[in-house]
Design a protein around this ligand. Structure first.
Ligand code: AHR
Length: 357
């Protein structure tokens, strides 16, 4: 690998000041979520990793990987960061340069440019939103650095600008959630009733938002009314705030679709504070996405009805892709991971014990 000592020292300082879903169906080597090893240690802050002296002393043999992460907005994101930090270690033959973009695309573009300047071997991006990447990807291509997309997708006219993408099928997650709701309501004898729904959307323009919104819309029934949709930016606090406003505006909400678990936790708090109840025995049905450990607690407590998995353990999958590219092998362009769903008709307490995040 190329020697980058000086540029690493300069650029890590720059990065430090700049920022303040199962196995791949097309790549069957990765293990399902339940079988993957739990993260071994707590994630270090971005600055800590960027300034770590060991990185500056990295040997020429290490593969240098720059990871432009979305942020730290959710439990899912924390598990995803941990998956990269525990995979891309010096012991495993890598030097990881990690950047937390704080949910801002402009920060990710700056990070990618910094990685190019440092002459990293691979750039990995979990893009905040889908559009607006052509220019910086052209710069990476010009520099001869392969770009791997993980988690969310980019919408670019020329797909040769990136090597491949690995992540969850967000559209399927959304349509599975609608299909689940149809079956659930029919089981309750409410298949023909008018059902009032609100949606807490993720960051607008993120493929996790676009896919889940479109997927759920594709399964809407004639007797279902989507009262409102608004972004909660994938965070608990914003999810709670938006749910509070929905509850004031709409007195008869039957179902809340939360496009991630942290917004669901905020919504549940808002519902309880408003004197209402939720979950299988409550007034309001809660559907969520991600299936992180705290969401299992929420189902066990009877607050959440169903959760559609989005697997965050992409570190080993991306490492496998890099190893194939290193060996001169071709990789599948689009790699969806297998994902399940969970609801309170299952033994969610037992299932939680088998999970890695
Ligand atoms: O892109 C994956 C989504 O991003 C997860 O659902 C969410 O929790 C995270 O913020």
């Amino acid at each position: 690998m190329k020697k980058k000592l000086l540029s690493v020292i300069l650029a890590t300082a720059m990065v430090a000041t700049m920022v303040g879903c199962g196995s791949a169906t097309s790549e069957p080597a990765a293990a399902p979520a339940a079988e993957e090893a739990a993260p071994a240690k707590e994630a270090a802050p971005a600055e800590e990793v960027a300034e770590e002296p060991a990185a500056e002393e990295a040997s020429d043999d290490l593969i240098v990987v720059g990871y432009a992460q979305v942020g730290a907005e959710s439990d899912w994101r924390t598990a995803n960061t941990e998956s990269f930090k525990t995979t891309f270690t010096e012991e495993n033959g890598y030097q990881l340069i990690f950047d937390d973009a704080q949910q801002k695309q402009e920060n990710q573009i700056k990070a990618i440019r910094s990685f190019i300047q440092q002459e990293v071997d691979y750039i990995v991006v979990a893009p905040v939103v889908e559009t607006g990447w052509e220019t910086v990807l052209e710069e990476a291509k010009e520099a001869g650095i392969p770009v791997i997309l993980s988690d969310r997708m980019m919408d670019v006219s020329d797909d040769s600008l990136y090597e491949c993408w690995v992540g969850g099928n967000f559209v399927k997650e959304g349509s599975d959630a609608a299909a689940w709701l149809k079956t659930y309501l029919e089981g309750q004898g409410k298949g023909e009733e008018e059902i009032n729904i609100v949606t807490l959307q993720g960051t607008i323009g993120a493929s996790a938002q676009v896919g889940r919104t479109d997927g759920f819309a594709s399964g809407m029934q004639d007797n279902w009314v989507m009262l409102d949709k608004q972004t909660g930016e994938f965070t608990q606090s914003k999810g709670q705030e938006v749910m509070e406003s929905f509850l004031k505006k709409y007195p008869d909400i039957d179902v809340v679709v939360c496009e991630n678990d942290n917004m669901a936790f905020g919504a549940i708090d808002a519902i309880k504070a408003a004197g209402k109840t939720c979950g299988p025995e409550g007034d309001i049905t809660i559907i969520s996405f991600d299936a992180v450990a705290a969401a299992f607690d929420s189902m066990i407590a009877g607050d959440m009805n169903a959760d559609f998995e989005c697997n965050p353990l992409h570190g080993p999958r991306v490492a496998e892709i890099i190893q194939k590219l290193q060996a001169g092998e071709s990789v599948e362009k689009i790699q969806y991971v297998d994902e399940a769903y969970f609801d309170t008709s299952m033994d969610v307490a037992a299932i939680k014990e088998t999970r890695a995040y």
